[in-house]
Design a protein around this ligand. Structure first.
Ligand code: DC
Length: 209
């Protein structure tokens, strides 16, 4: 069984995908991490992520980069969003994601284009959304918890910019697949969002049986 979990930044899709993977006993891939690694490697190489060739060279990153905590930073998120707009970068990272999705037994993948491009045949597709304000507040609380001081307004602006890039890029833009179930987590806390996602996935799984 393939489960696709898509949605914008800080929507809660990562947390939800992890919970679904554990609920259904499936392996999980955070595909955003691959774009983050590509953007970060491009910067390490001294390249410019806005340049397609430089960004493509960044896709040749060592596997151990994926566990570098720097990949989780807001700055790397920005590099990833820029790198991911290049068709050559998306193509370079496609096979790895496709192989993960189609492994025997199934998998859970979260990202922006899992239900539309990477695994359009996914058995269950969830699209997680939340208002910009709710997402900014979650990110701010998470960063404050890690003792990173940043104004809420700055995070909000960054999210709007990132959404705009992810939604308006030509290749595989962020959008819900027509057959995805939409889950708005604006008014839900973490536990409620996980419970709602499990319920939606269980009901989709039942419909398959
Ligand atoms: O989910 P995230 O914030 O870690 O993703 C970082 C960036 O990577 C995001 O702004 C867009 C890009 N991305 C993508 O284009 N396609 C995916 N499947 C996952 C992420």
């Amino acid at each position: 069984m393939i489960i696709a979990v898509d949605g914008p930044t800080a929507s809660g899709k990562g947390t939800i995908a992890k919970a679904l993977a554990s609920h259904f006993g499936l392996p999980h891939l955070d595909t955003g991490l691959l774009y983050r690694a590509a953007g970060y490697q491009c910067a390490l190489n001294g390249g410019d992520v806005n340049n397609e060739e430089d960004a493509l060279a960044g896709c040749d990153f060592p596997d151990d980069l994926l566990s570098n905590p720097e990949l989780r930073s807001e700055a790397t998120g920005g590099l990833a969003s820029r790198a991911s707009a290049h068709p050559a970068v998306r193509q370079a990272l496609y096979e790895r994601q496709r192989a993960f999705a189609t492994q025997p037994g199934g998998a859970v993948l979260d990202g922006r284009d899992i239900g539309t491009v990477i695994a359009p045949e996914a058995d269950i597709k969830l699209f997680i959304t939340a208002s910009v304000e709710a997402r900014a507040m979650r990110r701010w609380l998470e960063m404050t918890g890690r003792e990173i001081e940043i104004p809420l307004a700055e995070i909000e602006q960054d999210i709007v910019r990132r959404d705009d890039r992810d939604i308006n890029r030509k290749d595989a833009p962020l959008r819900a697949a027509p057959d995805a179930r939409i889950l708005d987590t604006t008014r839900l806390n973490k536990e409620q969002a996980i419970a709602a996602a499990i319920e939606a996935a269980e009901s989709a799984a039942k419909a398959l049986r």
